[in-house]
Design a protein around this ligand. Structure first.
Ligand SMILES: C[S@@+](CC[C@H](N)C(=O)[O-])C[C@H]1O[C@@H](n2cnc3c(N)ncnc32)[C@H](O)[C@@H]1O
Length: 310
């Protein structure tokens, strides 16, 4: 299948796709659709992302592909539940925490799966390109930056590469934070990054108010019971004029997705309601669909929003 895309030859992206296909040949059609639907700009960003991922999976590619295959199976099972019931399996944080975040081996698999999805799923490719072009490019080197739920670490790495004054990450999962730390180290980040086991709903300390100039929260709001409240908390953590990057999928079942966004506009309204003006949006349908078809079929769409403190 890769022969149809000669531009991938000799690239890290091509090698990663080749390794996945060798292990999981049934995925060829999906990968072809995903690559085929990427714009030239998205492909350019993906080539760089794939180089980072290739370094991160060096010596453990089989384990990472196993994690990816586990994640695809889990998503398929949850998709069947969603189609039958119209809702996600769980709606309470304590269920997601018990089933996923507190389960270290499962969390490891999940982070591996998400890492590979960054170069395999067209919606993740598209949103990452949007993040790099619309958000990262405008960060000031004197800025103080926070990411909530940094997980595999690729988003935080892009910020760390800019040599910002202060970098922090908050996550409820120790396994996830450990994975973030390994990612930053292996990709050559030597500046200190304050990675803290912390729930975004914890009451803020006085020093947290106005502490950051930029905040990223990607693929986290669908994991919380009250996403509007989480955004309002993050608004309080930003200095005047501070910017936020928010990314959450709509109609996207997974074991730990507890808040169902049904339309991308719901997320945009939530960002506005928390006190931000919206500067840019990108709505990226899951691989193989147009946005119109995804909306009609209630299929996943990643909704990304850049906001600024009003
Ligand atoms: C799907 S991962 C996101 C990884 C990465 N940001 C991405 O975009 O792929 C979700 C992360 O959010 C964390 N998380 C879930 N609920 C949280 C909360 N209330 N406060 C802080 N982190 C939370 C989970 O532990 C997990 O590491």
């Amino acid at each position: 299948m890769l022969e149809s895309f000669p531009e991938l030859e000799g690239t890290a992206w091509g090698r990663l796709l080749g390794a996945v296909l060798a292990d999981y040949p049934a995925h060829a059609d999906f990968i072809g659709k995903s690559f085929g639907s990427c714009s030239p700009a998205v492909r350019e960003t993906a080539l760089g992302t794939a180089e980072s991922i290739e370094r991160l999976v060096d010596g453990r590619i089989s384990e990472v592909i196993a994690g990816y295959r586990w994640m695809c199976g889990m998503v398929l099972e949850e998709e069947l539940h969603f189609r039958r019931t119209g809702s996600y399996r769980y709606s309470r944080f304590e269920d997601a925490n018990r089933e996923v975040y507190a389960n270290a081996p499962l969390m490891e698999q999940y982070m591996s799966g998400l890492l590979l999805s960054q170069v395999l799923w067209s919606n993740h490719l598209d949103v990452f390109d949007f993040y790099v072009r619309e958000f990262i490019g405008q960060l000031s080197p004197t800025g103080r930056h926070l990411e909530v739920g940094p997980g595999h670490g690729l988003f935080l790495y892009q910020a760390a590469k800019r040599g910002l004054k202060e970098l922090a990450g908050w996550d409820v999962s120790r396994t996830s934070l450990d994975r973030t730390a390994v990612c930053l180290k292996e990709l050559g980040i030597t500046a200190p990054v304050a990675l803290e086991e912390r729930n975004v709903f914890e009451p803020l300390a006085a020093g947290d108010r106005g502490r950051f100039d930029s905040i990223v929260i990607s693929e986290v709001l669908e994991h919380v019971e009250r996403p509007g409240e989480a955004l309002a908390t993050l608004h309080s953590c930003l200095a005047p004029g501070g910017r936020i990057f928010v990314n959450a999928p709509v109609n996207s079942p997974a074991l730990d997705h507890i808040y169902l966004f049904q339309e991308p506009e719901e997320l945009v309204e939530l960002v506005k309601g928390a006190g931000f003006s919206v500067e840019a949006t990108r709505f990226a349908p899951a691989t193989g669909r147009t946005e119109a078809k995804a909306r009609k079929a209630r299929a996943p769409i990643s909704a990304a929003v850049v906001g600024r403190v009003r």
